[in-house]
Write a protein that binds this ligand. Structure first.
Ligand code: BGC
Length: 367
């Protein structure tokens, strides 16, 4: 009896909150195009808008959307918003949809698909990061791909110049191999200069060389007078835990069974890495984003949830925004088969007490 009443009260409260949300939405629309290129945005305030975010991985950064069994649906954005996330990061393989020779035109149909995804996010008041992801050719032969990389950004910058400042551009996911620090410092400068011609104040995310490693912050050189930047790093340590059994990491089957139980030594190792990043951020007065972190599904769920929670809270304690890797594939916080959340991971990311989650929970009661 008491339980039934409680559910009714919850349902009414949820509805009331939703209605407040709706009326706020109509008063304060976040439209994809607000008609002006963003200016005067505070990068720290914009980083707070990224807040707790979700990577929509394995969709648009596959060679073609669907190749890796993920095709974006509008309900994904709804689920992510209702669970209490603030933003989405959309990894995109533009290099597979741009011509091989100058002027390196981006295919219109693919551009429109990305427009659709951005609009889905904005319609739900989610901020959006788009990037260039899996441009593997530039890592192996930087000189041969530099002009194409810059041309892709010129096209994107022009196309999105009048979009709201809650659209963020991230220059290039995980520079690695021959695109090492020195070269990356030159390329990022040129990409920023190209984007700034049409987007003087948009907030850009710039990551470090060597796969966005925290230890590469010390070799990162940014244009000192451009304050509209957020610096991104990725976090997958201990790698033998997070990537056990990952078929794209040779030898990782030998790590199967590696657990993470949050011993003092395990926690301190993560805290040390994050304070190294935070000190760099403070010394350079740059906001920081953990653009990816996650533990692959071959690890046990208890360890995954403990690690995920610890990393997310440590990032937050250091004032960093974050994007979990990822929504609905091998690291997935959402299970495509049961069509429901992996609740231990969801609660690790968004603590159960979060008001936004209370609303989501009453719409679809968790176990
Ligand atoms: C890659 C993914 C990979 C993930 C974890 C991402 O940056 O794009 O393919 O699953 O890192 O290794």
């Amino acid at each position: 009896m008491a339980k039934i009443r409680w559910k009714r009260i919850l349902a009414r409260t949820a509805l009331a909150l939703l209605l407040i949300g709706c009326s706020e939405k109509s008063k304060n629309p976040m439209s994809p195009e607000d008609g002006t290129s963003p200016r005067g945005l505070d990068p720290f305030a914009q980083n707070a808008k990224l807040g707790r975010g979700m990577n929509l991985g394995n969709a648009l950064e596959a060679p073609n959307e669907g190749d890796w069994d993920v095709t974006l649906k509008s309900e994904y954005f709804e689920l992510i918003k209702s669970a209490g996330f603030n933003s989405v990061r959309i990894p995109i393989r533009w290099s597979a949809h741009a011509a091989a020779s100058a002027p390196y035109a981006i295919a219109t149909s693919f551009q429109q698909r990305v427009d659709w995804a951005i609009e889905q996010a904005f319609a739900r008041q989610l901020a959006v990061v788009i990037n260039i992801h899996h441009y593997e050719e530039i890592m192996l032969n930087p000189a041969a791909h530099k002009e194409r990389f810059l041309a892709i950004w010129k096209q994107l910058a022009s196309h999105y110049q009048n979009y709201s400042g809650d659209l963020f551009f991230e220059l290039l996911n995980e520079p690695n191999s021959l695109l090492a620090s020195d070269l990356w410092n030159q390329y990022l400068q040129e990409a920023i200069t190209a984007i700034r011609q049409t987007n003087p104040g948009r907030i850009l995310l710039v990551g470090t060389a060597n796969w966005y490693n925290i230890s590469s912050l010390k070799t990162l050189t940014l244009p000192a007078d451009d304050r509209s930047l957020i610096v991104a790093v990725h976090y997958y340590n201990p790698f033998q835990f997070t990537h056990q059994g990952a078929d794209w990491v040779p030898g990782s089957d030998a790590w199967l069974g590696t657990r993470w139980s949050g011993t003092p030594a395990e926690r301190q190792a993560i805290q040390r890495d994050f304070s190294e990043a935070a000190s760099w951020g403070a010394a350079h007065n740059r906001p920081l984003n953990i653009g990816e972190f996650g533990a692959y599904s071959k690890a046990d769920m208890t360890s995954r949830a403990l690690w995920t929670e610890f990393v997310a809270r440590t990032a937050e304690a250091n004032g960093m925004s974050w994007h979990y890797w990822e929504f609905i594939a091998g690291f997935g916080v959402y299970n495509a088969t049961t069509n429901d959340w992996n609740y231990p991971l969801l609660y690790a990311l968004i603590p159960k007490t979060s008001p936004a989650l209370t609303v989501a929970s009453s719409l679809r009661l968790p176990p």
